[in-house]
Write a protein that binds this ligand. Structure first.
Ligand code: SF4
Length: 66
């Protein structure tokens, strides 16, 4: 089953790492102050696993729904 990344927005510090590592899935608009998942199914799962680990506040989680 495919998994989709979800961001716990209140814990995101808008560091930009997720967008840098996987821009096809994540965006960090300056105006918002937190990251967004713009294309939940658009990334390689192995790369996203690295993004989840790299996120400094660990605020990206897997979900069964995109
Ligand atoms: S890596 Fe984590 S803390 Fe940084 S912008 Fe992405 S979701 Fe937010």
């Amino acid at each position: 089953m495919q998994r989709f990344p979800v961001i716990q927005e209140e814990d995101c510090i808008a560091c930009g790492a997720c967008e840098e590592m996987c821009p096809e899935v994540f965006r960090v608009p300056e105006s918002l102050g937190f990251a967004q998942v713009v294309n939940p199914g658009g990334g390689d799962e192995a790369v996203m696993e690295e993004v989840l680990e790299a996120c400094p506040t660990h605020c990206i989680h897997w979900s069964d729904e995109g």
